[in-house]
Design a protein around this ligand. Structure first.
Ligand code: PLP
Length: 450
């Protein structure tokens, strides 16, 4: 898009401003009505985010006519890319029939069957409108099933935007305490203090320390919830042995193990549980599972999920929701899963490995310390010389440099998440990977002055 002239953050930002005047107008107007001119806070970045208009495959068009090569996939939700014809066709057909009904629809049964056939942990599922709601219901089920009230979650893990898990999602160094006994730090003002008090925070990829904490709180713990690949902390995969340890200790103590696979599902045909060979009691899904429409899934052992069953009288756990299992999301999700075969996932994962390898080499060649993490088609860049095995390893990474690289990539026509994470959709081919790497090298050259 641009020849590299920006040699400082302020020049990079000026280039961004020159390319995005209409986005700026929307930002100024939007702020009159929306705090921060948007409804999704993690996506904000200075000076203002771009306003997007259209997407096709792995390309996005913004309101100023900039074409952007997309390595976000709406933050891993669009695993097939934008406007995939199979998804559009399924949605069109459903739109003609209706968008919401006061009863069961065939697409619900169809997608439930396809999920239960794919993932060993899923004996029964239920549908929600978001990953957040899926996690809420899974945690409620764990509390009801065990009769205990505390939950354990991972430091740096993001499991949705409700009180009980908005704890230690990205604590500052001062907030976080001993690395092997992290402190429970509220991630927002306005949380119920009782929620925060009932959370035990576990260190990621420290199996022994996590097991000790689970043992210590075992008699009060309903669930341990964990992302097999820590997503928003920067695509950090569980190391071999970690999830196995969580599985062993939770089983021994009667604590339910919940995998939050909202991001990690894509790493294997049967999700990360298949990749790691560890079967949780409950699983939560979201993002890609709705094929670009809002959908969440929670499910798992039939004996636990039976608590939601109203067919024998009042359910032990009611599960209302006006748009639960809305058919548009269900057919889009089903069409997505049909295309996302084992073969397609292997292809995506190879591309992901190739991209991570080339990003690593680009930073090494430029002499800029960086860690590239990820698994399958997920990747993240951490600007630090320390190995990144958990959220702690990301504290102290060079945030201003990350921002400059993010803007630089945008100015070169490549979009990643402002937090330095990204994913590859099935629409990304070798040519697009090459294009990403060329853009990154151009940005890194301006940083090193070479
Ligand atoms: C791992 C994980 N769990 C849960 C959620 C919440 O999903 P949603 O945004 O659909 O509420 C997210 C969202 O980013 C996530 O990354």
């Amino acid at each position: 898009m641009n020849t590299r002239q920006a040699t400082s953050l302020s020049e990079e930002e000026q280039l961004y401003r020159n390319l995005t005047p209409t986005s700026h107008e929307y930002f100024v107007e939007g702020r009159e009505y929306l705090p921060g001119a948007d409804s999704r806070s993690p996506l904000f970045h200075p000076p203002y985010p771009v306003v997007l208009e259209e997407g096709e495959g792995c390309w996005l068009l913004d309101v100023d006519g900039n074409e952007l090569l997309d390595f976000t996939g709406n933050h891993t939700s669009l695993v097939l890319g934008y406007k995939h014809p199979r998804v559009l066709e399924a949605v069109r057909r459903q739109l003609e029939k209706g968008t919401a009904f006061p009863g069961v629809t065939a697409p619900q049964v169809r997608l439930a069957r396809s999920l239960c056939e794919r993932m060993p942990s899923l004996e029964r599922v239920r549908f929600t409108n978001s990953g957040t709601e899926a996690v809420m219901n899974a945690v409620r089920a764990a509390r009801a099933f065990t009769g205990r009230h505390k939950i354990a979650k991972i430091e740096g893990g993001y499991n949705g935007s409700w009180d009980d898990v908005m704890v230690s999602t990205h604590p500052s160094g001062e907030q976080s305490g001993d690395v092997l006994r992290p402190v429970a730090a509220p991630a927002s003002l306005g949380l119920n203090p009782a929620s925060v008090g009932d959370v035990v925070v576990l260190p990621f990829n420290e199996a022994e320390a996590a097991a000790r904490l689970i043992e210590q709180h075992g008699e009060h713990l309903a669930a341990v919830i964990v992302e097999p690949v820590l997503g928003s902390a920067g695509m950090i995969p569980a190391e071999r042995g970690y999830l196995e340890t969580l599985r062993e200790v939770t089983k021994r103590l009667g604590v339910l193990l919940v995998f939050d696979e909202v991001v990690s599902f894509r790493v294997a045909y049967g999700g990360a549980e298949e990749h790691y060979g560890v079967t949780p009691d409950l699983t939560c899904l979201g993002k890609l599972i709705g094929g670009g429409f809002p959908l969440g899934v929670f499910g798992g052992r039939a004996d636990i999920m039976a608590m939601f069953d109203p067919s024998h009288g009042r359910p032990r756990i009611p599960h209302p929701g006006s748009y639960n299992a809305n058919p548009i999301s269900l057919v889009a999700g089903a069409a997505t899963l049909e295309v996302l075969t084992g073969e397609e996932i292997r292809r995506l994962n190879l591309r992901g490995e190739s991209l991570r390898r080339q990003i690593r080499t680009a930073f090494e060649d430029a002499g800029i310390p960086a860690q590239v993490t990820g698994l399958g088609s997920l990747f993240a860049i951490h600007l630090t010389s320390r190995p990144v095995r958990s959220y702690r390893g990301t504290i102290g990474a060079d945030a201003p440099l990350r921002h400059r690289i993010f803007l630089g990539l945008f100015n070169e026509g490549v979009l990643i998440d402002p937090r330095g994470v990204g994913s590859i959709s099935a629409a990304v081919g070798e040519a697009e990977i090459d294009r990403f790497v060329v853009a990154l090298k151009a940005v890194l050259r301006t940083l090193t002055g070479s």
